[in-house]
Design a protein around this ligand. Structure first.
Ligand SMILES: [Zn+2]
Length: 185
């Protein structure tokens, strides 16, 4: 399968051929699930210590493999994207236990945030089902106002559901709102 993951650099690199910025590279060295990784992300198992050499591709001039980066994976975490092998090896050699603990703290915070996000998505899906199955979309605003429970039941997404004519429109509005939030971040 032609699957890969995308590694996002902390700072864009410069194409050696045309000097255009290169912000990311694709790799098949990790799980190949079309995932996005940045420095500090968990890319593998805790026993993994390795350096992965990857060629860069420039979108601007289409130069391929004219320059390389080295992913430094320490205990399963992508700890650096080095520009040459000695720098990558030095990173592996000098990596400290204290620094690893900090990365794990970050991993935990990410896990909490992702769980919260998943709950939000599930809550929205439940709300969509409940809203349309109960026929709230067929009611006039006045009829809805006579049901005080609605404010409680649909505390998070009532405005969105009231303006959506059908479930597909609700999903579309929800996705658009998420996209806006993502871009605002
Ligand atoms: Zn280029």
């Amino acid at each position: 399968m032609g699957m890969f993951d995308t590694i996002h650099f902390e700072q864009p690199l410069t194409c050696a051929v045309c000097q255009a910025p290169i912000a990311t590279t694709q790799t098949k060295a990790f799980e190949c699930l079309l995932d996005d990784f940045r420095i500090g992300d968990c890319v593998g198992h805790a026993e993994e210590l390795r350096i992965v050499r990857e060629g860069l591709y420039c979108d601007a001039c289409r130069a391929i493999d004219q320059q390389f980066v080295y992913f430094v994976v320490y205990r399963g975490i992508l700890v650096d994207v080095a520009l040459d092998l000695p720098a990558a090896e030095a990173q592996l050699r000098s990596f400290s236990f204290e620094r690893l603990l900090l990365w794990y703290h970050d991993q935990y915070a990410k896990r909490v945030a992702e769980r919260r996000e998943r709950w939000q998505v599930e809550r929205f899906l439940h709300d969509v089902v409940r809203w349309y199955e109960a026929g709230y979309d067929q009611m006039t605003p006045e009829e809805r106002d006579q049901k005080p429970m609605l404010a409680l039941l649909f505390f998070h997404y009532r405005d969105l559901l009231e303006t959506a004519t059908d479930p597909v429109a609700a999903l579309r509005a929800y996705l658009a709102a998420r996209k806006n939030e993502g871009e605002a971040d």
